[in-house]
Every structure is written in structure tokens, then in C-alpha cells.
Write a protein that binds this ligand. Structure first.
Ligand SMILES: [Zn+2]
Length: 354
């Protein structure tokens, strides 16, 4: 009797244990499910994401999304297309990340950009006036060393600090820039080892840049540098956002290519342009305005030719008349009074003999 009683107690006790275990298993699975752990195993019940693996087909598991780093422009960067960034008076420059790993440097007059890639820094241009501030600005934001430098074009004021980087830096440019720099043999502008004619894709780490030749709109070997992921492009010395052009339309060598470049750039897919000058970033609206302004100067050059009488200073008279008309049309444009006659000289010769 004692034995039977003991056996009964043992029986009830073991049912209790089994019951308790049963309830114990389920909360564990639920906890793992709640955490969303991928392929977590709780006792014999595997958890796949938010459910038991037995509830999920193999196909669904294999479609688990692969994490791809999506680079983009920061929406707040659009502020810099209107407002100037604050420039640290001691440092003399501002370095601003305008998109993931894409940095803009400006001293208020010149502009350049660089990208961190996870495998080294790609620098685009190295203005002479910025000098060692470029390395300082880069080291402000990353420990990566500079591995690549791209020349936007030949001019020393934009690339004259290119030699300040280490000897094993890879220099990249359009073939015409490389030929010009080889001819100049200028130690401040190392001769590029990678050159191209029309298109070149530079892929380093997690960044990709598309380099395109759209014609010599300014000097020799002018290129457009584009980061498709960020929708940011850089085209230097074509225009000044919200300002009149520098003398002789930025001393362009080819006014026809200069005018044509506006539509070629506007046909590309981008939101911000780094123009090389001014303390702000550019937008498609700035490029459209500059095209409108340039064509207005062309109209004014033609009107001057139609209305000016021959004289000893005929070309001077044409340029003066064209400048007068342009200032009348755009009285409030920044720097309109700086070199209207010089810009009109270029346009008059383009209209007359190009
Ligand atoms: Zn230039």
C-alpha cells in the first residue's frame, strides 16, 4: 500500500515536470521570435526570423535580403545651395560631409571634394591656395590615406597642390590634361598614370565615380566627375552659382563648347554640382540660369554688332555696348560689374568669327 501510494506520487510529479517543460519551451521560442534572430535554435524548435523554420519554406530563407550599403546625398546639404557654410577662421576652410562618405571642402572662394571608400580616399582637385589645408581637412574626418587624385582640368589654381600627397598616389585625368602636364613638366602637378578619352569608371572600396569628357568647355581635358549614388557632380570653371562669370567667360578657350556644356550637364542625373568657385553648392537651376545669362550676352553682342557704327575702336565699342545692355538686364547679379566688358569681348568674337 505504501509502495502504491509512493508510485502514485511519483507519477503525478513526473506529469507535472513534463507539463512545466512543455510551457517552458514555448516562451523561449517566443522570446527568440520576438528578437527576430535569424536561425536561432531553441531546444528542438529552430526560429527563422519571426517564425519557426517549419513554418517557412527554403525559398523564403534564401531570399533573406543581402545588406547593400546605399550611398546617398543628405537632404540637409541642399541648404548649402542657398546659404554659405561657416568657415572656421583659424583653419580657413570648411569640410562638410554632404552625402555618405562624400565631403566638400571650401575656403569661400575655391571648392574641391573627396570621398572615403573604406580602402583609401579619392580626392578630386587640390587647389593651390588650399595647400596643406587639404590634408588637414581630410584628417579632420577620416584616418584613411589618400590613394587616388582626379584632375578636373589642367589649371594650377585648381590642382596646384596635387604633389602634396604621397608618391604612391594614383593620379587620373583626361588624356589631354595628361599631355599638357607632361609638356609642362611641373613638379606641383604630377603626370597622371591613368588617362581616358571619353569615359572612365573609378571604383574604390564602396564608392564609384563616373568620369566623362563632354568637350573642352573651359581649358583642356575638362571633365565632369559624377557620383551616381549621391547624385553629386563636379564640373569646374564652367560657371559661378548665383554670380556673373569670371573674365572672358572663365577664360574659356572655346565659347561654342562652353555654351553647349550647359545642356550636356543638365541632361545628366544629379542634384548638386560642385562648381569649383563661390561659397555655395550649385543646383540644376543655377546651371539653367547661367545658360540663360550666357545666351543673353550672346544676344547683346549681336545687337551691338547690328547697331554700332564703324570706328577706330570698333571692337571696343561693340564690347562696351554689349556690356551696357547686359548690366541693364541683370543689375542685381553678383559681380555683374566686375568684368562685363571682358565677357562681351569673348562673346563678340564668338558671334563674329567663330
Ligand atoms: Zn580653370
Amino acid at each position: 500500500m505504501k509502495f502504491l501510494f509512493f508510485a502514485l506520487i511519483l507519477f503525478i510529479f513526473s506529469i507535472g515536470i513534463a507539463h512545466a517543460l512543455q510551457f517552458d519551451i514555448v516562451p523561449n521560442v517566443d522570446a527568440a521570435k520576438a528578437k527576430g534572430t535569424f536561425l536561432t535554435e531553441t531546444n528542438s524548435k529552430k526560429v527563422c526570423g519571426d517564425r519557426l523554420c517549419s513554418e517557412v519554406s527554403d525559398e523564403t530563407i534564401s531570399q533573406k535580403p543581402v545588406m547593400i550599403t546605399k550611398k546617398g546625398l543628405f537632404p540637409s546639404s541642399m541648404d548649402y545651395t542657398v546659404n554659405e557654410p561657416e568657415i572656421d577662421s583659424e583653419k580657413g576652410y570648411a569640410v562638410i560631409e554632404i552625402g555618405d562618405g562624400l565631403y566638400w571642402i571650401t575656403d569661400g572662394t575655391y571648392q574641391m571634394m573627396f570621398l572615403t571608400t573604406g580602402e583609401g580616399v579619392i580626392v578630386v582637385d587640390a587647389p593651390m591656395g588650399l595647400g596643406s589645408k587639404i590634408q588637414q581637412a581630410i584628417s579632420d574626418v577620416t584616418l584613411e590615406k589618400v590613394t587616388h587624385l582626379i584632375y578636373s582640368h589642367i589649371h594650377k589654381d585648381h590642382v596646384g597642390s596635387a604633389s602634396l600627397f604621397s608618391k604612391d598616389t594614383t593620379y587620373i585625368s583626361h588624356i589631354d590634361t595628361a599631355k599638357h602636364l607632361a609638356m609642362k613638366n611641373d613638379p606641383q602637378r604630377p603626370i597622371p598614370s591613368i588617362t581616358f578619352d571619353n569615359q572612365y569608371t573609378l571604383s574604390v572600396g564602396d564608392q564609384v565615380l563616373e568620369l566623362s569628357y563632354i568637350g573642352a568647355f573651359h581649358s583642356k581635358g575638362d571633365i565632369v566627375i559624377s557620383s551616381p549614388a549621391h547624385k553629386v557632380i563636379m564640373a569646374v570653371d564652367l560657371f559661378h552659382p548665383n554670380a556673373a562669370p569670371f573674365q572672358y567667360f572663365g577664360i574659356t578657350r572655346d565659347m561654342g563648347e562652353h555654351i553647349a556644356a550647359h545642356d550636356k550637364i543638365l541632361a545628366m542625373d544629379w542634384e548638386i554640382i560642385i562648381s569649383g568657385h563661390e561659397p555655395i553648392l550649385g543646383t540644376p537651376e543655377h546651371v539653367k540660369f547661367n545658360k540663360e545669362f550666357t545666351l543673353a550676352v550672346l544676344d547683346n553682342a549681336i545687337i551691338a554688332m547690328q547697331t554700332t557704327q564703324p570706328s577706330a575702336n570698333y571692337f571696343g565699342d561693340l564690347a562696351n555696348k554689349c556690356a551696357e545692355l547686359t548690366i541693364e538686364q541683370y543689375p542685381d547679379l553678383k559681380d555683374i560689374e566686375v568684368s562685363p566688358v571682358e565677357n562681351c569681348v569673348t562673346m563678340v568674337f564668338y558671334a563674329m568669327i567663330d
